[in-house]
Design a binder for this molecule. Structure first.
Ligand code: PMV
Length: 378
């Protein structure tokens, strides 16, 4: 059993003046949803996700020891450094200074400072971009926080080269979780469980783990085509959303149900039973939205076109027997999940019947991936 204290390092063996790293981290799509949390980003129930491959954040982290930091460099780029007593960083999004992202990063750094004592010794330049279109309604917090956490762990490993890979990835997930809960499922692996579950060996509330049991070939090349129904700002931020589960009339039953559904998925992953998979995944998506509809205050995050798409998928599945299903995040976009062998038929179906329900006919083709990747180590 790990505790948060296990991630507070002892002395570092090396010192390093400056350098940079670059990592990519993918988004992920939950099959059993995380909705509701306790203090310190501890989930109210376990969740499991498929890691995506194409929807990614790419983040470069440059660092320089503060006493050697050349303030004129900062003046040259025209950027103002955030210096909040001890934490200091600049933030670029797609090459441009992005002031409105800074408070979130500032808060993240404050939360993780105790686990990364070196944070206060450096000035950081964070240069970040997403592979998916800006304001597509796809949350970038999971991939964004995971990419930043990977970079920070690369720096910690440079300070402590004896660090094992296990520790590296576990702590990266632990840190990412403190940025955005679901980000801890974007670090490593194709199928990732986050949250204590009696039947998932090594599972923890503190970090995501690669699903340790057998996974049938049926799931190994799963596709996720994301239909962009509403690209607007999120109506309910996930912080507010999770809070709605406090004193929610159905909360306890929901949390128990998530354990049961994950339990069932363990057998389904082994057997490859796609019909049973579909039942759990669609029920989880609708339950997530049912929780929002039955909270106080209440929200409907689906749009009429979300329902049109769901009905079309059900009709198509009935007629063709192709095992295609949907899931939803806390918004109106629809993730269409299906095995790769059915891709030509599903894409044809999407183009002929679903694209009309998407804003500007936009959708993104993604598939199951393997997690974060190191791009550059300088
Ligand atoms: O990681 P957060 O706090 O943005 O919450 C994500 C919640 C859902 O996307 C709705 C579900 C999930 O498990 O990813």
């Amino acid at each position: 059993m790990f505790s948060a204290n296990d991630f507070i390092p002892a002395k570092y063996s090396h010192s390093i003046e400056k350098g940079s790293f670059q990592w990519s981290a993918p988004s992920n799509i939950a099959l059993v949803k995380y909705w509701g949390k306790k203090d310190h980003q501890i989930p109210a129930n376990p969740s499991v996700s498929f890691t995506l491959n194409n929807c990614k954040t790419i983040t470069k982290l440059a660092f320089a020891k503060k006493e050697h930091f050349d303030i004129s460099t900062s003046l040259n780029t025209g950027l103002l450094s955030v210096t909040n007593t001890e934490l200091s960083f600049d933030l670029l999004f797609e090459g441009q200074a992005k002031e409105d992202f800074k408070p979130k990063i500032q808060k993240f750094f404050e939360r993780i400072a105790v686990y990364l004592p070196f944070l206060k010794e450096y000035h950081f330049t964070i240069d970040t971009q997403n592979t998916f279109p800006h304001s597509s309604g796809i949350a970038s917090s999971a991939s964004g926080m995971a990419a930043l956490a990977m970079n920070l762990m690369s720096l910690e490993k440079a300070l402590n080269p004896e660090m094992t890979d296990d520790y590296f990835f576990r702590k990266a997930s632990f840190l990412a979780r403190l940025g955005s809960g679901s980000a801890c499922r974007s670090v490593k692996g194709s199928v990732v469980v986050w949250g204590n579950h009696a039947k998932v060996l090594g599972s923890s509330d503190l970090f995501g783990v690669e699903f340790p049991n057998a996974i049938h070939d049926n799931f190994k090349d799963f596709q996720d085509t994301i239909l962009l129904v509403d690209k607007g700002e999120k109506q309910v931020s996930s912080t507010i959303g999770h809070e709605l589960m406090h004193n929610h009339p159905f909360a306890e039953r929901r949390f128990t149900q998530a354990h049961e559904n994950l339990n069932q998925l363990i057998s389904i992953f082994k057997s490859g039973d796609l019909n049973e998979f579909i039942k759990i995944v669609e029920s989880e998506a609708l339950t997530l939205h049912a929780m929002m509809m039955t909270s106080m205050p209440y929200f409907i995050l689906m749009k009429p076109n979300t329902l049109e798409i769901i009905n079309s998928i059900w009709k198509f599945r009935n007629e063709t027997k192709i095992p295609v299903c949907f899931t939803l995040d806390a918004g109106a976009n629809v993730h269409v999940l299906y095995p790769k062998k059915d891709k030509p038929k599903i894409l044809q179906f999407i183009k002929s019947e679903l694209v009309g329900y998407c804003q500007n006919s936009q959708y993104i083709c993604d598939e199951i991936g393997i997690g974060s990747q190191l791009i550059m180590d300088n």
